[in-house]
Design a protein around this ligand. Structure first.
Ligand code: AMP
Ligand code: MG
Length: 318
């Protein structure tokens, strides 16, 4: 398959209309989109990404009306979050509408819905005239793509089209996922909309903790994620010895010499940079990436979640 590169939302939307797959920029990372109501198109996403089919997809909408076509109910907490945040890097899990195929939700009775806060993404969604399911546009398990070049690296020849953004995506981390089906909203995945932000709107919002012998509520949580080929090592103390083929990313200058170093200006900047840095390390055949840990609050919670997952090799649970 030939992958077409374009900066035209209209040209890209044509591929969606014909049942194809298109990678497009959002404010979080690049998504790989297909028409949510077209089962064959949805299947192409799983094949292109080599995504396990028990990992559900997030539906993206370009306007508020489309939310109602995807869900059977907007619960009171979801209504509050929609009013307070949408469009935003925030996915709300709600009971799915009957016409949403189970292939999109990995057989769950619920669907994650979000409205991206990015002009190119919204323009593209409007041109498509349908909600799109869109997981991150990387090969399953690899670091999420924050540039069209990263999408190209993983998916050239496997998808129909890449809608090219001018710069790296603004946030660089995937959306916050919140289950709004129960009484108290549960944060299933941390992101740029923080627990503190959510609690200002619905005070009893909680962080979901997977207990050891329970199946995780968010099926994606059990898969290997965000991993470069290099080994990722988390460090809080900067005094340690390193060998050749090592890289470092963090907020503070390390004492040792590394083959590649990235000093970030803030936790937000760190979150923006690290996926791209992981890919850069792989291109340079780095063997070990030392990542400085940050405080797990605000966007630091999301950053630490991704770093911890990248540092685990293999699946987190059987
Ligand atoms: P990605 O689109 O690759 O960023 O991954 C989407 C993630 O959102 C999945 O791996 C799940 O963890 C979560 N998710 C999506 N839909 C649902 C749902 N219906 N219920 C629970 N979690 C979901
Ligand atoms: Mg992903």
């Amino acid at each position: 398959m030939k992958t077409i590169l374009t900066t035209s939302a209209r040209e890209a939307a044509e591929f969606i209309r014909r049942g194809g797959t298109v990678a497009f920029p959002t404010e979080t990372v690049y998504g790989l989109g297909a028409n949510v109501f077209d089962e064959k198109a949805v299947a192409k996403i799983f094949a292109a990404k080599r995504r396990p089919n028990d990992n559900p997809l997030i539906a993206h909408v370009g306007n508020f009306g489309q939310i109602e076509s995807l869900v059977s109910e907007i619960t009171p907490s979801a209504q509050k979050f929609i009013e307070a945040f949408f469009p935003a890097p925030l996915t709300l899990v709600l009971p799915k509408a009957e016409r949403v195929p189970f292939s999109a939700t990995a057989n769950l009775e619920t669907i994650g819905v979000r409205m991206p806060k990015n002009d190119s993404a919204l323009e593209f969604l409007r041109q498509c005239e349908t909600p799109l399911v869109a997981p991150s546009a990387n090969l399953s398990g690899r670091p999420s793509p924050t540039t069209w070049q990263a999408v190209y690296e993983d998916l050239n020849g496997r998808i129909d089209c890449i809608l090219q953004g001018a710069a790296a995506t603004e946030i660089g981390l995937e959306s916050t996922v919140v289950d709004c089906t129960a009484n108290a909203p549960l944060v299933l995945r941390a992101g740029a909309i923080t627990l503190e932000d959510l609690q200002k709107i619905v005070p009893d919002t909680l962080i979901y903790q997977v207990s050891k012998d329970e199946q995780p509520k968010s099926p994606g949580l059990k898969h290997r994620h965000y991993s470069p080929r290099a080994r990722v090592i988390l460090i809080s103390d900067l005094k340690f010895r390193v060998s050749n083929g090592s890289a470092y990313i963090g907020l503070n200058e390390p004492y040792e010499k590394f083959d590649l170093i990235k000093i970030c200006q803030s936790v937000k900047d760190y979150a923006h940079e690290f996926f791209n840095f992981f890919r850069e390390c792989d291109r340079r055949h780095i063997k070990r990436i030392y990542c400085e840990t940050v405080e797990e609050k605000g966007i630091g919670l999301a950053l630490m979640d991704r770093l911890k997952r990248a540092a685990v090799s293999g699946t987190l649970s059987p």
